[in-house]
Design a protein around this ligand. Structure first.
Ligand SMILES: [Zn+2]
Length: 600
């Protein structure tokens, strides 16, 4: 077989794919020859990885090339995988390429158009319909007989899109598997799920109510959790509407719709989550919270669950705390000089360190990372939290319980008798807590806490407003750090881009002078980042160091402007300046910088 192929024949063969890759300069001639000569070997490898049954498994040429794991030209750390090969093959075949996004699958269309065995055997995934056209993801762009067959089955004309085979099969497994568990749950719940209020129906009709312990409900809940973990979600939202329940996932800080579930399964699924979280299942009119401990691949994962009664049922939010995500100081996104400064604060024998920012700005993650850096057998680290966000063996963690009169300031008084070295107060909300925290910092303890202020300097005025005497603050404060999170460019698809003069001007902050010039980059969107162009997040910091001059100003009761001037003279960078630095070094995009620093 030669890589040249025959232009008349439209066989989706290894020769066709290898030729396409070579022409697109994705592989060199040597690699092309090697691939062709090793067809039998690669074929055997793919079969072995997929169960080894020649009868059942049709090996595609894309899989053959992917099995060779060639490096990507220009990106030596990445391999030529099914996606990258499929992009090139689609171009050569004259068929549009389609990246399958697990969050954008049309479950009813997929499960109702083709049977599961048929779709799996022929690797077909219905994507959407437009009039009488069915958009269909396929793994072989030239199988016209098959398209005619699907056209007959669906009653629509077929518009094929080439997708990675592994993605199609994965999507089929997900949608059909989930549909079956939900369908069984609905079947067991009521004979007609479309009749409106499920609970009323159960009461009035005397139908068997689906229980949280029923097998289909257990399976559906397990599936939802596994799906959320797979998508790297930080939160799961389950929102009952009039006719259905919408499940949304927060990924890298942004909510994405994931599933719609039949109305009838909302109550049993919510009940199952409540049961796992040890909540009162019969209580549906009051908000509740609890936690679920589960595991994934042997790693314990904790979920914090809260319910909120709404017009159509209980809305649930599950926050996912994966201990693997417990970050260290190195992973927060500090630049070298910032980390050095922060380490000098937490290395002090006593004093107060504050982290400020709105909810969701990563304050808690920063504090945990600091405490983990400090914890050890010779120090007593105690935290007072509301709620405890992450359980860590090395800390003594106290949950605030207002019902038992154990608020932040009361808890602080108690733990002082427990000989702590380092104390983390989840949040300073009132004058009593503020003054107690300062007292602790002045009496030989290192105290870390958070405040709700927009910027770092704002913490001084806020504490003054809470009744902290300026001279006490001046003698205890080590530093304040304001922070935000920006989404970071996807390493698999980001490329250098140019920014216009207007765009740069709109930042209202000069681009920092870097030795090699600014390198603006942006992700184009790929399967790895679900078309967003972003993967992961990084902190952006404004670090206000309480040096001698600044302390004197605080003690004198100077206003924010004067303090800021002094801090800037010592090199304090505003939040937006730090964000623009991350922009100029290719970490994030202009949109992210504008979005995350709009309020500063
Ligand atoms: Zn990407």
């Amino acid at each position: 077989m030669s890589p040249a192929g025959d232009p008349q024949r439209t066989d989706f063969s290894l020769a066709f794919v290898v030729k396409a890759l070579h022409q697109a300069r994705a592989i060199n001639l040597e690699q092309a020859k090697t691939l062709i000569s090793r067809e039998a070997l690669l074929h055997a490898r793919v079969l072995k990885e997929n169960g080894g049954d020649t009868q059942k498994y049709d090996v595609s040429p894309v899989e053959l090339v992917a099995a060779h794991r060639l490096p990507v030209t220009g990106r030596p750390t990445e391999v030529l995988d099914q996606d990258r090969i499929t992009v090139v093959a689609a171009e050569a075949a004259g068929v549009p390429y389609h990246k399958i996004d697990p969050l954008k699958l049309d479950m009813p269309l997929i499960t109702q158009t083709l049977s599961r065995p048929f779709a799996v055997r022929h690797v077909l995934l219905p994507l959407s319909t437009q009039g009488d056209v069915l958009n269909l993801a396929v793994a072989n762009p030239f199988d016209h007989e098959l398209f005619a067959e699907v056209s007959r089955l669906s009653g629509r004309r077929i518009r094929p899109f080439l997708s990675a085979k592994s993605d199609i099969l994965h999507a089929l497994q997900d949608t059909h598997g989930f549909k079956n568990t939900v369908a069984r749950a609905v079947d067991e719940a009521v004979s007609d799920p479309g009749l409106g209020n499920f609970e009323q129906l159960v009461v009035l009709g005397g139908e068997k109510e689906l229980q949280a312990e029923d097998k289909p409900v257990i399976n559906a809940v397990e599936y939802l959790l596994r799906y959320a973990f797979d998508q790297r979600a930080s939160d799961i939202h389950l929102e009952p509407k009039r006719d259905q329940t919408v499940m949304r996932l927060r990924i890298d800080g942004v909510l994405h719709p994931a599933f719609t579930l039949p109305r009838a399964v909302h109550a049993p699924i919510a009940a199952r989550f409540k049961m796992l979280a040890r909540m009162d299942i019969t209580e549906k009119r009051r908000p509740q919270d609890g936690r679920i401990k589960t595991e994934r691949d042997g790693v314990e994962i904790e979920l914090r669950v809260s319910t909120l009664p709404t017009a159509f049922g209980e809305k649930m939010v599950l926050r996912i705390f994966d201990p693997e995500k417990m970050t260290t100081l190195d992973q927060l996104g500090f630049e070298a000089h910032e980390q050095k400064l922060f380490e000098s604060w937490i290395g002090a024998p006593h004093g107060l360190i504050l982290v400020t920012g709105p909810t969701g700005s990563g304050k808690t993650t920063t504090l945990y990372a600091a405490l983990r850096a400090l914890a050890g057998p010779e120090v007593n680290v105690t935290t007072i939290e509301d709620p405890i966000e992450m359980v860590w063996d090395g800390f003594n963690q106290v949950q605030v319980q207002p019902k038992l009169d154990l608020d932040f300031s009361a808890a602080l008084r108690h733990i002082l008798r427990q000989d702590p070295d380092i104390i983390m107060v989840g949040e300073i909300r009132d004058g009593e807590t503020a003054n107690n925290a300062i007292q602790c910092a002045l009496t030989g303890h290192l105290v870390l806490s958070t405040l709700h202020t927009n910027d770092a300097i704002g913490a001084v005025a806020r504490l003054r407003d809470l009744g902290v005497p300026p001279f006490l603050l001046a003698s205890s404060l080590l530093g304040v750090m304001a922070q935000r999170l920006v989404r970071t460019n996807c390493p698999a698809c980001s490329e250098p881009i140019k920014l216009s003069a207007e765009q740069i001007q709109s930042l209202a902050v000069p681009i920092p002078l870097l030795p090699s010039g600014p390198t603006f980059t942006q992700g184009k969107g790929c399967v790895r980042c679900r078309e967003t162009g972003y993967r992961g997040r990084s902190g952006v910091f404004e670090m206000f160091h309480a040096g001698r001059e600044v302390r004197e100003l605080i003690a004198q009761g100077a206003d924010g402007g004067a303090i800021e001037q002094a801090a800037r003279q010592q090199g304090m960078r505003r939040l937006r300046e730090s964000a623009v630095h991350k922009l100029a070094t290719g970490v994030t995009t202009l949109e992210e910088v504008v979005r995350m620093t709009a309020d500063t």
